[in-house]
Design a binder for this molecule. Sequence first.
Ligand SMILES: [Mg+2]
Length: 316
Amino acid sequence: MSISLKSKFIGSILGTAIGDALGMPVEGWSPSKIEEVFGEVREMMTGFLPEGSYTDDTEMAIGIAETIIEKGRVDPDHLIKVFMHNYDPRRGYGISTTMVFRLIEKGIPWDEASKSIFNGKGSYGNGAAMRIAPVAVFYYDDFEELKRAVYDASRVTHMHPLGIEGALIQATAIALAVRKDPRKRLDVEDFVDNLLLVCESDVFREKVKKIGRMLAEGINDKYVVVKELGNGYESFTSVPSAIYSFLLHWSSFEDAVVYAVSLGGDADTIGAMTGAISGAYHGVEAIPQRWLEKLENYEYLKSLGEKLWELKTKSK
Ligand SMILES: [Mg+2]
């Protein structure tokens, strides 16, 4: 393989942060407003944070990477402490994660806190999927371990089955991307079939099937993609769009992430998720240097990818 496993690990972590930072200035915008104001978002810009800054998505992915590096696995008791230690409210955290943190601060155990929100059903927001890259690369070669680790990394804040399922589908997409050789043409139909195997609910199964149909029809109109797959804050209205952005532009990291951000809505998270898959597929070399130069905490993020790779290759 021309692209090393190490490059793919680093590419997925940095890809998360790059997509997050690129989408940050247009989070909550409609695709038409993005088009009117910028045409497209191809450069880092200032938004609610300075140019090149990442948001909660990457801050939480950092927490997961730190836990795996320290504990050798996803230890949920450790992870929730790291999440709360790293928590910087300026980074635009989602409502459900903030609610869970507040309850834990009041002395409620994390599993009760996570379960108690939204009428005792837990959150099905995309917060578990957006941060999953470190888990996905670390367990890319073992689906059963991956599934267990995704569950532990998700349920500390997102207890709803759809929140966890979204994270599992996103993680599976990243793991598949790690395993593919980017020099060969990507079989997108086969990729979608593999994702269908991990779907548990009708909600996700229908969305993933729709991805396959839309790709076969060659649909690249972003308004159609938003209408059919969504650009929202729920796991099932953002994970499918992120995967679609990657599969539509599988041959270019830059084009995939620019497309994901152009969908608007939860643009930083959709950008982060597409960046995680595309970075895992191509490796870090495919990420434009002009973006990496502007990225906050670039060296630290890169070191997390390196350490995950070292730990992975050492444990074999
Ligand atoms: Mg965010």
